[in-house]
Design a protein around this ligand. Structure first.
Ligand code: PHE
Length: 399
């Protein structure tokens, strides 16, 4: 059910090609480090009658599916808000920049959105390393930023203008360590981490500490660098230690290849991962080699809540795909921003920041959002099992 319809793939291919052709950042925000003419409301030039939001996300590059889903979710929320009359009597519009899955591009895009487009709020990115670079700029300029999906704790520690609508990795790492010990009954585990990703390094630390605290043995931590294509040396070392499971807290584009190579080497034990696995591309890369593996995530499309079902139906109608966690979180982040703009006493950065900070009990499609004093959402996590090239909901773990 997570497979993209061919029509969306085709649209995405065209879209990516259009983005890649441009090499110079344009004032209207087109091109690498730039990005993205937008369908629908997005791309509407800002005027005094529109309230402009900025999005920075990975529409191309290593984690491209993250950005496409995020953008879709944000656009859907903006469209719905405009259909319901807009905010403070004005329509909303959004300018989307592609950071090409690179922190430097993410930082530059934020600067451009702030200095040239004068956006009121910035939404993005997914990969924590990109959001860390963005947060630095947004905080310095006093423009509120909400990351939909970055889970590394350091992102919101950049300052009081930086928020997130998802849980953080000290919780996510704990969730999988607990599941590994209590549900899978694993005693001996190895880790394969991405040493170029703040997210992967952070999850490795937490998982290691929690798994050991709960009486498990960590056999080894092996590393790779994002974009590597040969993981056989690390996997061979891990195999010699006879683990009962392998924690691979990386992104789908690497994990898909890791899984395939592990199986080729005869390493058949379950793998475990985090939200970074969440992409239909994972299954294209891994085939059935991840069947029987597990990952933690923000949301399950199998959630029977009517609000979630409604969101899925609308998203499918618009984008011909089942929304993944990024689409759900992009939608939630945009709705939190829109609600804050509506409440805010004026449209200055500090007023909008204060309004976002008041977010409590907000009904999102990826769970209820209550921001704590550190500007993080406190939420439960879902454990998903991979089976037949798709995911099955297993359980929810509460904070
Ligand atoms: N949590 C990941 C990070 O911080 C990003 C992510 C979120 C990826 C949700 C997939 C789904 O880097």
């Amino acid at each position: 059910m997570r497979r993209l319809a061919p029509v969306l793939l085709a649209a995405f291919a065209l879209f990516s090609a259009a983005c890649e052709k441009k090499s110079q950042p344009q004032p209207s925000g087109e091109a690498p480090g730039g990005q993205a003419a937008q369908p629908g409301t997005a791309g509407t030039p800002p005027s005094s009658d529109t309230l402009l939001l900025g999005v920075v996300t990975s529409l191309t590059g290593a984690q491209a599916t993250f950005g496409v889903s995020t953008r879709n979710g944000v656009e859907m929320a903006i469209k719905e808000a405009n259909e319901a009359g807009g905010v403070k009597g004005k329509k909303l519009s959004v300018r989307v920049f592609d950071d090409q899955s690179k922190p430097e591009e993410a930082a530059q895009s934020v600067t451009r959105l702030i200095t040239q487009d004068k956006v009121l709020v910035i939404l993005g990115d997914v990969a924590s390393s990109n959001s860390l670079a963005m947060a630095e700029k947004a905080q310095a300029a006093g423009v509120p930023m909400i990351t939909p999906a970055s889970t590394n704790p350091a992102v919101t520690q950049k300052g009081d203008f930086i928020f997130r609508v998802c849980f953080i990795d000290p919780f996510q790492g704990f969730v999988m360590a607990k599941f590994a010990r209590e549900n899978l009954k694993l005693d001996r585990v190895a880790i394969l981490q991405d040493n170029k990703s703040a997210y992967s390094i952070g999850l490795t630390e937490v998982f290691t500490a929690k798994f050991k605290e709960m009486g498990g043995t960590l056999l080894a931590t092996e590393s790779y660098s994002q974009g590597d294509t040969d993981f056989r040396a690390q996997l061979t070392s891990i195999k010699k230690l006879k683990p009962q499971g392998i924690y691979v807290p990386g992104y789908y584009n690497d994990v898909g290849i890791i899984a395939r190579q592990a199986r080729e080497l005869g390493l058949t034990v379950p793998m475990m991962g985090g939200d970074g696995w969440d992409s239909e591309k994972l299954f294209e890369l891994a085939g059935d080699t991840l069947d029987g593996s597990y990952f933690s995530n923000h949301y399950s499309p199998q959630n029977p809540d009517p609000r979630v079902k409604n969101f899925i139906a609308n998203y499918k109608a618009a984008y011909k795909a089942v929304p993944d966690a990024l689409a759900a979180l992009g939608y939630d982040a945009a709705r939190v921003a829109i609600a804050a703009l509506e409440r805010s006493k004026d449209l200055s950065g500090p007023a909008i920041r204060d309004a976002i900070a008041q977010t409590q009990g907000f009904e999102g499609v990826a769970g209820k959002i209550s921001l704590d004093a550190q500007r993080n959402a406190v939420k439960s996590a879902a454990i998903l099992k991979v089976a037949n090239g798709t995911t099955e909901f297993v359980t929810t773990i509460n904070p």
